[in-house]
Design a protein around this ligand. Structure first.
Ligand code: ADP
Ligand code: MG
Length: 281
């Protein structure tokens, strides 16, 4: 088994002439679950988008490697082929393309199955759908079209289960889910972090510790104003649930002990524009 590692080094990035990420360092290995928590607008979704190469975001400096291969500069589909997977907060509808066809073609394109194996895949898809509590009818429907909030997230998880990426970035997978759906998607992803060759590594962006009950993160990071200002174990998520993010905001008063290494307000002024020579993400 070859373990994978996603290594984010001193990542600075922004959008629309505004800097959002201000030096992110994070390393995620196969089988590890990292939670990224933080106030609204702290840059969590931006981090997810920049990792996946969404157009409209610019990388200013830094590096993101998956198993030693630089991801920045690759197209999103190339990053997906390398093993990165992003679950969307709002999956884009793809009318005219049934989910099953999209997944089958993805696996064929990746050289993971040949056309002759497409039939057995149907059985696996139906089994995964059943486990996630969605009707197998969804497999014949156009991808992501007219899904309820719960179906959308279960559908994302189904895609993850079939495509078996190396590293998954979950952007608020728990938002809009009822407790049953939350349990089903979290348990399925947790299982992926124990099975597979290599098992899945996860970056779970979430506001709520309840996701982490069934998807237990060994590492919890607080993102504030585009920086990881605290890292710890599961106890950090519990502390955040009790006390909120007040201690981690840039305008907070006395720094808490968890803020060691945090440079403090004003080190990088808000609203600054990019230096020249942008690297396109
Ligand atoms: P979070 O996911 O932590 O709530 P985001 O990463 O979505 O935060 O956003 C961080 C900040 O960057 C917000 O102030 C947001 O308005 C801004 N932002 C995000 N995407 C863009 C964009 N494409 N263009 C301009 N500003 C953006
Ligand atoms: Mg967000």
């Amino acid at each position: 088994m070859t373990a994978s590692v996603l290594k984010i080094t001193d990542l600075h990035a922004g959008a629309g002439s505004r800097q959002i990420l201000r030096g992110i360092d994070l390393e995620v290995r196969s089988g590890e679950i990292h939670a990224v928590m933080g106030p609204n607008g702290s840059g969590k979704s931006t981090l997810a988008h920049v990792l996946m190469g969404r157009p409209g975001y610019e990388v200013i400096s830094g590096s993101v490697t998956l198993d030693g291969v630089e991801m920045l500069g690759l197209e999103p589909f190339e990053r997906a082929q390398a093993g990165l997977f992003l679950t969307f907060q709002y999956p884009i509808e793809v009318p005219g393309v049934p989910l099953q066809a999209a997944l089958t073609e993805s696996l064929i394109a990746a050289g993971r199955i040949v056309q002759a194996e497409a039939e057995p895949l149907t059985a696996r898809l139906r089994e995964e759908a059943r486990e996630l509590g969605i009707s197998p009818d969804i497999l014949a429907r156009p991808m992501n079209v007219d899904l309820s909030g719960g179906e959308a997230k279960r559908n994302e998880t189904l895609q993850l289960a079939i495509l078996r990426p190396r590293i998954a970035i979950l952007d608020e997978l728990d938002s809009g889910l009822d407790v049953d759906a939350l349990g089903q998607v979290a348990r399925r992803i947790e299982r992926a972090t124990r099975e597979g060759d290599p098992p899945l590594g996860v970056i779970a962006i979430t506001h709520y510790r309840r996701l982490l009950v069934e998807l237990p993160a060994q590492y919890v990071h607080v993102l504030s104003e585009g920086r990881i200002v605290a890292s710890g174990g599961p106890e950090l998520a519990e502390e955040l649930e009790r006390t909120g993010y007040a201690a981690y905001r840039e305008d907070a008063g006395a720094p808490g002990q968890a803020r060691a290494g945090y440079a403090g307000p004003g080190e990088l002024g808000l609203g600054e524009t990019f230096p020249g020579g942008l690297i396109r993400g």
